[in-house]
Design a protein around this ligand. Sequence first.
Ligand SMILES: O=P(O)(O)OP(=O)(O)OP(=O)(O)OC[C@H]1O[C@@H](n2cnc3c(O)ncnc32)[C@H](O)[C@@H]1O
Length: 176
Amino acid sequence: MRVAVGSKNPAKINAVKDAFIDYPYYEIVSIDAESGVSDQPMSDEETIKGAVNRAIQAAERAEADIGIGLEGGVQQTPYGLMLCNWGALAVKGMEPIIAGGARIPLPEEIARQLLKGAELGPVMDEYAKKQNVRKNEGAVGIFTNGQINRSEMFTHVMKLLAGQYEYQRGQKEKTV
Ligand SMILES: O=P(O)(O)OP(=O)(O)OP(=O)(O)OC[C@H]1O[C@@H](n2cnc3c(O)ncnc32)[C@H](O)[C@@H]1O
């Protein structure tokens, strides 16, 4: 079984590898895939769309059995601008499966810059005085004092995706 991740971001690739660690017969490959949404998705809906587009395109481009799309974004709420992350799993002939990641509110000074049109990646690098936060601990890692990094958060999303996939396959087999 070939699983294609639609990204070259190591935080995302490592999350997929971790989620499939007990299944060595799954071959994990990474391939660039376009999200088809803005560079900084500004809602759950847009972030989900980006994850689904990436999953479908990754499976097609890599000729894989399963495509995975993982996408980061933000969503405005009455409690502040929330960091949001979504994942999608695409298999030919099935509706894409989706799952969301943990969410936390972004500090006011970060939210303000995003609402003016900035992208979270560079804003986080500037804030943390680091390079490539998005490929490492992520905003979630910085603002949880390292308790949960971006890869761990996406591993959880991956388990939610893989688990739903297994469940739906089981249900399908019962009806055949
Ligand atoms: O290489 P790809 O797969 O595109 O990964 P990415 O991190 O650049 O892209 P995403 O589409 O997941 O995220 C959209 C934008 O939000 C940024 N972003 C999302 N989550 C982040 C996080 O936890 N920490 C830092 N930046 C984040 C990211 O860098 C982009 O600018």
